[in-house]
Every structure is written in C-alpha cells, then in structure tokens.
Design a binder for this molecule. Structure first.
Ligand SMILES: [Zn+2]
Length: 68
C-alpha cells in the first residue's frame, strides 16, 4: 500500500499524492517537500499519481482494451 502525501501538484493546487515505496518521492514525480507546513485540506487526488498506481497494479502485457 502506498502512503499518501498532501502537496501541490504541477499547477500548485494541493492534492493528495501517492508516495513511492521508499517514500522519497511521489509517483507522479512532484518533488516531496519534507518541511511542508502548509497543510491545506483537500479531497482532490493527484491524477497522474492515480494513473501511475493503476498502471503499476495492472498485470504487464494486458491489452488496454475494454473489459465486458
Ligand atoms: Zn502526484
């Protein structure tokens, strides 16, 4: 399970990112700031992080088609 971290996205809006397994960075590549005093409550999730997580959890080689 990936930990979450609230921080600015590429446009500066606070969103919930997903951290990498070693917690040194985010899945989307946004720099994780250790000293984040500003904790702005948000219910938004980082879309690139989510997309990356889904890609990771997908079995490799699966066709990107639709499932019925
Ligand atoms: Zn992110």
């Amino acid at each position: 399970m990936h930990e979450m971290w609230c921080g600015p996205d590429a446009s500066g809006q606070p969103v919930w990112h997903l951290l990498t397994a070693d917690r040194t960075g985010t899945l989307c590549g946004v720099g994780k700031q250790e000293d984040s005093r500003r904790r702005e409550p948000t219910d938004k999730h980082c879309f690139p992080c989510m997309a990356t997580l889904q890609a990771v959890m997908q079995p490799t080689g699966a066709a990107a088609g639709e499932e019925s």
